[in-house]
Write a protein that binds this ligand. Structure first.
Ligand code: NDP
Ligand code: MG
Length: 381
């Protein structure tokens, strides 16, 4: 039995992880965490009987404690509770499915406690990849990506890393593919939340519409696979069937294909280095018919260029890109910011920031706070 903790178990990746657990049958769930959704967490407690859970909001944790008093599950609260779940004795692998930089401390705690990581929380690597990756090596911890593109790259590289020339990372293009910047001016959160191929949490769905998600993924790939961002080429692939590719020194290109279903990369991460029975529909290429590819329209969607710039500057700059984005997306989701303002605010927050080049975790958190404050102040003007 593999023993896991799922951080962010009530979200899109968290619930799909538990779906994979149901299908695999030989995985035991020892800890679960949520921000505030105690209704779903209670159902998960009754089904999986974890030893410990944690709820971020203390008042919700107190309410849950009463509701599950008849079970053996211990209820913790706050960020310290999540950290305790992440480092819990007996856990082999931690699935990091919290959204945003909020997942950073728990990921670091899991690595320090020697837990293998199934990494969904890309913001952790974007903001602190230079700390997370060396720490994982030092602690002898394996990081298996859950993000579909990175899972594809990981699988395609196999044991041929020394021949790797470049990564070709695919992007669906999102709901506004083919539009010009003028057409994006009046887009609402309802338009932006309609993703063509994937059903995901609200934040990453908006990131897919702005293409910030692809920018974050390029930085994530840089850290995971140790490649300069200029050797990571994004390409729009509308059908989301090829999840990404790698090009080797001899010109050979290897990719991983599958239906767009996150349970596939989640199952891969949970069972790696094994492969088990399928958890999703089989791929029918004849039904798909054709696969199409386009360049990124960097004028309409400046996010990829901004991310590459942040990665090249390095230090605290990617944390500013990420923090400004998190704050702007949260504002957009409550109608407090226009769609095109999201990337404008990221660019301006980056311009205003003086990066710390070899940052500590505290420097990264300070840069995150500075970027959020910059966005709030700009939106309140
Ligand atoms: P969701 O918004 O669906 O879920 C987020 C989870 O984190 C929920 O369990 C939520 O709890 C919890 N959470 C939210 N805020 C906090 C906080 N401040 N502290 C602790 N816990 C918190 O997100 P997704 O599942 O879509 O995404 C999770 C991560 O995976 C992101 O980093 C995303 O980029 C990445 N990812 C997601 C993919 C997808 O298909 N969804 C694909 C590839 C990567 P509650 O429910 O109580 O609010
Ligand atoms: Mg992805």
């Amino acid at each position: 039995m593999k023993k896991i903790a799922v951080l962010g178990s009530t979200g899109s990746i968290g619930t799909q992880t538990l779906d994979v657990v149901d299908k695999e049958g030989d995985i035991e769930v020892l800890a679960l965490t949520a921000h505030s959704n105690i209704e779903l967490l209670e159902r998960q407690i009754r089904k999986y009987r974890p030893r410990t859970v944690s709820v971020n909001l203390p008042e919700k944790a107190a309410e849950l404690k009463v509701r599950v008093a008849d079970t053996d599950t211990k209820v913790l609260s706050g960020p310290e509770g999540v950290v305790e779940c992440a480092a819990m004795p007996g856990v082999d692998m931690v699935v990091t499915a919290i959204v945003g930089i909020a997942g950073l401390d728990a990921t670091l705690a899991a690595i320090e406690a020697g837990k293998d990581i199934a990494l969904a929380n890309k913001e952790t690597l974007v903001t602190a990849g230079d700390i997370v990756m060396p720490l994982s090596k030092e602690c002898g911890v394996g990081i298996v990506p859950v993000d579909s593109e990175h899972s594809a790259i990981f699988q395609s590289i196999s044991n041929q890393k020394r021949f790797l020339k470049r990564i070709i990372i695919t992007a669906s293009g999102g709901p506004f593919f083919g539009m010009k910047r003028e057409e994006l001016a009046d887009k609402t959160r309802f338009d932006a939340l309609k993703h063509p191929n994937w059903t995901m949490g609200a934040k990453i769905t908006i990131d897919s519409a702005t293409l910030v998600n692809k920018g974050l993924e390029i930085i994530e790939a840089k850290h995971l696979f140790g490649l300069d961002v200029d050797r990571i080429t994004p390409v729009v692939h509308r059908e989301s069937i090829i999840h990404s590719m790698v090009e080797f020194s001899d010109g050979s290109v290897i990719g991983q294909l599958g239906v767009p279903d996150m349970r596939l990369p989640i199952a891969y991460a949970l069972t790696y280095p094994m492969r088990k029975a399928p958890v999703s529909e089989p791929l029918d290429l004849v039904k798909v018919g054709k696969l199409t590819f386009y360049d990124i329209d960097n004028e309409t969607f400046p996010a990829v260029e901004l991310a590459k710039k942040a990665a090249k500057i390095g230090g605290t700059m990617p944390a500013v890109l990420n923090g400004a984005n998190e704050e702007a997306v949260a504002a957009f989701l409550r109608d407090g910011c226009k769609f095109i303002e999201i990337t404008e605010l990221i660019g301006r927050a980056m311009e205003a920031h003086r990066p710390v080049l070899s940052p500590t975790v505290d420097d990264i958190k300070a840069a995150d706070a500075e970027a959020r404050e910059f966005v709030r102040a700009s939106l309140n003007k």
